[in-house]
Design a binder for this molecule. Structure first.
Ligand code: AHG
Ligand code: MN
Ligand code: MN
Ligand code: MN
Length: 366
């Protein structure tokens, strides 16, 4: 649910974060972190919207640039990754960054964090150090066709530990160990959210006390609160997954989807299918309209396709904060401790009653 009358609250993201920091002094540093992410989202929104005119289309280096996932990188995958890394560095609060487009986590040491143009006489106070995980351009295979894409981010509080690595040298075992220890389960997230580059540019996030949705007012460049306190409907009528994988599905998913397609599920209503192949777009629609989004494990990919650290966990935090559920089939995604930066995990998330109904098929099969 979101309050219809608040179509234009006039509350900007900047003002919202100032008030949040005042009310939550222990999380005040999130204000500058969210400020840097919102700046990055505005920049990426412009890059994506103008890409057909600026030539930022097609594959990085004309092809052959493959990321650690084995995916051919788009030019926009690479440039959006740089935009987000720089924005987060200049927040001055980051210790480590992990990205879909970086092989290993990137450790930021002191001078990495500060803008070279900062007046030199300002004393740099020791602040809390945070870890950011992000997917700079989600759904990038769609971007050259004008289909919605997004950015997904999550923030962990690293506490007192900082990894210092020698730039440009192969990581030592100790450095790998240190960086690997920055990989936390979704339960440890203190903030997560996404930007959606679609018919409008949306910024939707949680700081652990509900989900707030903002829309970019292009007339003044401000994100304005348009969807306060988003809550998922308990049940929807839309299922969202790639039917192309049907013949590799586990029996549990096959039987669940067949039931809701035939109107033989708990609601007795035949569900309709909506799937755009961009997780941010599919999850945003699910948050607002209800229903279920899934990229489950199957016989071809037992862990599905979506990455735990910077896609599944941040989105699960958001969905749970909006009253929804997010599971692998049998297990809650937020409980899973990553064993690697790019580890994949099966994802079933959305309205609580829909996810609970789907889970019954997995429990029955286990
Ligand atoms: P990314 O573009 O960041 O690599 O993520 C793409 C993901 C996700 O956005 C989407 O839900 C899924 O890939 C679609 O996969 P299929 O094309 O296999 O359905
Ligand atoms: Mn990708
Ligand atoms: Mn993605
Ligand atoms: Mn991506």
């Amino acid at each position: 649910k979101f309050s219809e009358e608040c179509s234009y609250t006039g509350i900007t993201l900047t003002r919202y974060m100032i008030e949040f920091a005042r009310a939550n002094p222990e999380l005040a540093e999130l204000e500058s972190i969210l400020a840097s992410i919102q700046t990055a989202c505005k920049t990426i929104s412009t890059l994506v919207r103008r890409s057909s005119m600026t030539g930022l289309v097609g594959l990085q280096g004309g092809g052959g640039s493959v990321n650690v996932q084995g995916e051919e990188q788009k030019k926009l995958d690479v440039i959006t990754n740089d935009v987000l890394k720089n924005a987060l560095k200049f927040s001055g609060k980051m210790a480590t960054l992990a990205s879909e487009e970086e092989d290993a986590p990137v450790a930021l040491d002191e001078d990495d964090n500060y803008d070279a143009y900062r007046p030199k006489d300002i004393v740099i106070e020791e602040g809390n150090k945070y870890i950011a995980v992000f997917d700079p351009l989600d759904g990038s295979s769609n971007v050259d066709a004008g289909i919605p894409t997004g950015t997904i981010f999550g923030i962990f509080d690293e506490g007192d530990q900082t990894c210092v690595v020698d730039e440009g040298l192969p990581l030592t075992a100790a450095e790998q160990e240190c960086l690997a220890s920055t990989l936390r389960p979704g339960n440890a997230l203190i903030a997560s959210g996404y930007c959606l580059y679609s018919s409008a540019t949306h910024f939707v996030f949680t700081l652990g006390a509900g989900v707030q949705g903002f829309t970019l007012d292009e007339s003044n460049g401000e994100f304005v609160l348009t969807h306060p306190d988003i809550m998922l409907p308990p049940r929807g009528k839309i299922y969202s997954l790639n039917e192309g994988n049907r013949w590799a599905w586990d029996n549990a998913l096959r039987d669940y989807v067949t039931a809701i397609q035939k109107g033989e599920g708990e609601s007795g209503v035949a569900y309709t299918s909506r799937y755009i192949g961009s997780m941010v777009g599919d999850v945003h629609r699910t948050l607002l309209y209800g229903g279920i989004f899934a990229y489950a494990g199957d016989k071809k990919n037992v862990n599905g396709k979506l990455r735990l650290l910077y896609e599944a966990a941040p989105m699960s935090f958001l969905v749970e904060q909006a009253g929804g559920k997010a599971v692998t089939g049998l297990h809650r995604i937020m409980d899973i401790v990553p064993s690697g930066v790019h580890q994949r995990v099966p994802v079933i998330m959305g309205s609580p009653d829909d996810v609970a109904e789907c889970q019954k098929y997995y429990t029955a099969e286990s």
